[in-house]
Design a protein around this ligand. Structure first.
Ligand code: FCB
Length: 500
């Protein structure tokens, strides 16, 4: 049966809930429903208001680095359409909005005094949110390192840590009076391992030893920023957003089990352990022993800085990952897996592990398997294996093959089903004791998806790139209902699934 979402008007939601409340699934009172974006992906206006150049400007303007040679020069034009986008957030009814500050807008060269015009823009963002009753959640670093700092070596260099601490203090002093929730870094794994390991992301370097050093300096920068924020804003709630995922082994063969263990070490434990327990995983210290400079950059006292207590842990979750030992892809295929031909390999080459996928399994347009239960599994693991800290799901969402229909609407039942399933997974983990307090959809609107350019759409709002017109998709209305009802309504059960 073709899917058509039932459109409740917002006023109707209360009535709908009482009519269907036996089937509605409620969220706890005050659950922080939100939506997320990041500066380089949406702002555009890259040479406006004294903004400096970031590594993503340089990278996206380098031939062959992004699909279609796309850049963030204009992106969603959010810098110039701020009021319109704030109104969209108000219409969506979210309680919180997660955005990032562009470092080169605030410090054009990555050091020295703040650029007042840059800070003014973020003041307008924050004031506009607060005027609409929306809680600002500010990310300090969503991958746009000022290019001059990369020219001096970037994240593999220890000096970048001091630069970041200075920047964090500058932003905290300027916005601390109006922003209560702070995220230091977004997905340091991507900055380190896609940026300096595989080179799929800016600055496009391929050097495992540098990726390890970048990992350490990013984490140290996180710890220093925690301190800088707390001294400027004593009441601030501070966290970090890590991209985490369960790693499975294609078969129970010991080599596949070992490959999964290495991959889990690199993707998850390399970040969780230092931040939450103050030590690097011993197997990872051993694994990277031969990669210079690698862990040789670690100094006494660094891990105490990295493990400064947090108010929350941000988790970005999209998909689980299965791997086979690189010598065992044939056996994995016999076991029912296929080897995806993803343009961006999310598994570092030094791990000698190959990502595999279940054949005929549901996937998004990113080629990522859709498995909400894996989110529950991840949250359960964190609850069991790590010291307890409140959790915010700071990103979750799906790229779908959206299009504007003849009636001008964008119907995206697959995204609705994805979000519904993952919100149910959050509730299930909560029942088992996980302290998840909020959920942010990635993303408010379609935007510049890094090396994939504009070819992947994650938004609740469609962006017509030639005109930058915004069209709320069906998922926007669905999410608005969910947030207003503070519950999952049963309508989604009629939705179609992803194509296998
Ligand atoms: C995450 C990034 C975010 C977005 C989503 C799809 O890794 O943090 O900017 O690109 O993936």
């Amino acid at each position: 049966m073709p899917f058509r979402i039932r459109r409740h008007s917002y006023a109707e939601v209360g009535a709908t809930l009482s009519a269907l409340d036996s089937n509605a699934v409620p969220f706890p009172k005050g659950f922080l429903f939100g939506a997320a974006t990041a500066a380089y992906q949406v702002e555009g206006s890259v040479d406006v208001g004294g903004r400096g150049v970031s590594i993503w400007d340089t990278f996206s303007h380098t031939s062959g680095k992004t699909v279609n040679g796309d850049t963030g020069d204009i992106a969603c034009d959010h810098f110039l359409r701020l009021e319109e986008d704030l109104d969209l957030l108000a219409e969506l009814g979210v309680r919180a909005y997660r955005f990032s500050v562009s470092w080169p807008r605030v410090q054009p060269t990555g050091k020295g005094p703040a650029n007042p015009e840059g800070l003014d823009f973020y003041r307008r963002v924050v004031d506009g949110l607060r005027a609409r009753g929306i809680v600002p959640v500010l990310t300090l670093y969503h991958w746009d390192l000022p290019q001059p700092l990369q020219d001096e070596g970037g994240w593999p260099q220890r000096d970048t840590v001091s630069r970041f601490a200075e920047y964090a203090g500058t932003v905290a002093r300027a916005l601390g009076g109006t922003v209560g929730r702070w995220i230091t870094l977004n997905e340091p794994w991507c900055s380190a391992w896609l940026g300096y390991g595989s080179g799929h992301h800016a600055p496009g370097i391929r050097d495992i030893g540098k990726a390890v050093a970048a990992t350490h300096h990013l984490l140290l920068a996180h710890g220093e920023a925690v301190q800088a924020i707390r001294s400027a804003v004593p009441a601030a709630e501070v966290g970090i957003s890590l991209n985490l995922t369960p790693i499975r082994h294609a078969t129970d063969h010991e080599d596949d089990v070992a490959a999964a263990r290495r991959t889990d070490g690199n993707a998850n434990r390399l970040f969780l352990d230092p931040v939450l327990t103050g030590s690097y995983p011993p197997d990872m210290l051993e694994h990277y022993q031969g990669s210079a400079p690698g862990f040789a950059v670690v100094r006494d006292g660094d891990l105490e800085v990295i493990s400064r207590p947090l108010d929350f842990l941000g988790i970005n979750y999209y998909t689980p990952q299965t791997v086979a030992d690189e010598a065992r892809t044939a056996q994995a295929m016999v076991a029912g897996y296929c080897v995806p031909t993803a343009e961006i390999d999310l598994i570092s080459s030094d791990l000698h592990a190959v990502p595999v996928q279940r054949q005929a399994f549901r996937r998004t347009e990113m080629g990522w398997e859709v498995e909400p239960a894996a989110l529950t599994e991840l949250l359960d693991r964190l609850h069991q294996e790590y010291p307890h800290v409140p959790i915010l799901l700071t990103e979750n969402g799906a790229a779908c093959a959206d299009y504007v229909g003849q009636d001008g609407s964008v119907q995206d039942p697959e995204r609705i089903r994805y979000l519904d399933g993952h919100l149910r997974a959050v509730l299930q983990a909560r029942e088992a004791g996980s302290d998840v307090r909020g959920y942010f959809v990635w993303s408010l609107m379609d935007n510049f998806e890094w090396a994939y350019g504009y070819s992947k759409r994650f938004g609740l709002v469609w962006i017509d790139y030639p005109t930058r017109t915004r069209i709320p998709k069906d998922s926007f209305r669905w999410y608005a209902q969910t947030v207003r009802a503070n519950a999952l309504l049963p309508t989604v059960e009629a939705t179609a699934g992803f194509r296998a």
